[in-house]
Design a protein around this ligand. Sequence first.
Ligand SMILES: Nc1ncnc2c1ncn2[C@@H]1O[C@H](COP(=O)(O)OP(=O)(O)O)[C@@H](O)[C@H]1O
Ligand SMILES: N[C@@H](CC(=O)OP(=O)(O)O)C(=O)O
Length: 472
Amino acid sequence: MGHTVEKIGGTSMSRVHELRDTVLIADRDAPYGRIFVVSAFGGITNLLLEHKKSGEPGVYAAFASGDGDHGWLAALDRASEAMIEAHRAVLDHPGDLERADAFVRDRLVGARNCLIDLQRLCSYGHFRLEEHMLHTRELLSGLGEAHSAFVTTLMLQRVGIQARFVDLSGWRDTEQVTLEERITGAMAGVDPTTEMPIVTGYAQCTEGLMREFDRGYSEVTFSRLAALTGAREAIIHKEFHLSSADPNLVGADAVRKLGRTNYDVADQLSNLGMEAIHPKAAKTLRQSGVPLRVTNAFEPHDPGTLIDDQPAPTPAVEIVTGLNVFALELFEQDMVGAKGYDAFILEVLTRHRVRIVSKVSNANTITHYVDSSLKVLRRVEKDLAERYPSAQVSSRAVAMASAVGRDLEGLAVLSRGLNALAAAGLEAIGATQGPRPVDVQFILERTALAPGIKALHDALIEQTAQPLAKVA
Ligand SMILES: Nc1ncnc2c1ncn2[C@@H]1O[C@H](COP(=O)(O)OP(=O)(O)O)[C@@H](O)[C@H]1O
Ligand SMILES: N[C@@H](CC(=O)OP(=O)(O)O)C(=O)O
């Protein structure tokens, strides 16, 4: 039969007690053959690092700001309280609560002392704090998953499951190992046929999980684990079904569940920040031939969405999603016929680690739609202005809504979408579609993003778009 590797995301982890007798112990008589990879409880990583969406500083960001006012200590206390609150919500046995409290105390005191020592060391001048920021980020992120995995293990052991806490976070480990070595080393003595491994979504490794993959890293650990152990299937358990739009935005009744889609669509969704699955994780699974399933953790009997390499049977818009971006524009009359502008802009964006979502250009203007902070963009603008003093460089806050599907051929998604937006009284600042019919992007004012997604979803999915007749 083989085993499965299954990931539980943060939002669902906050209700992991509700998943105990459904997802985790799906069959009381045959509970094994399943390896679980867990994210930190919802919101914890935001407190340890920085808020994923708003950028609000957590411990890491406060520490990194380096103003030495020990603001990070208060942030660490906040994280510690939130962790304790999170496990109080899912554990009930006093013995488990005591052990979980002690675990948080131990790890957080350890991290605190480590950071204080680091600050002290760096006050000597030979050691520079900046050089240790990446390690600090790694150390902090690992705390969230170590905690949630430990707590889940306690919860399962309490009801007689041979659950085993598999800590990949490298806590007090002096060895230097790669991600692959970390995973295979930790799994070497584990027998998933007789025990249930609860593995931390964070894995400490020489590559640096945060440096390489950044937020959403638990899916990278998950996919590597599935590939390395030759899983029969990799499963992601989420708070909702993978749906035709965000149920919180469009309404749980209006959205449709996706029965099946492919990695091409999954890539587009990751690009749009929808976190359907981390792009690097999708790649690992695709390459190793492990099928991926995304399920609703709270509807355990529903098979969910299967993601594979198959084309669509018929053209359709499958998902409407969107995100806030900045339109970084460089306008220069002298650009006409000249080369090198684009290459230089890309170099600057790469140097400042700005994520490009999309781009358009014409004779004298190049616009990148980027997912970044205004602070970083100001630096980008400065570099561009220095190189091209006569160019006009600007950043404008806009949003991008996108309609995505395996095959949009013949559906006139661009014109239908623009009509739907206009009918809802919304103006499109831009719209793009490439020759490959997998997505159509609409640029809107930020305030128009939510109503725009609703209007597009209504027109392109709720009232299913029929293909136009092909003109021979
Ligand atoms: N198309 C979509 N289908 C399902 N959920 C979506 C979609 N777009 C956005 N979301 C949002 O994603 C949020 C995060 O869900 P989930 O992936 O379960 O989080 P986590 O990774 O923490 O488990 C949900 O609360 C939901 O509002
Ligand atoms: N908790 C980490 C890791 C992760 O992947 O979480 P989630 O599966 O909830 O996106 C983060 O927020 O980056």
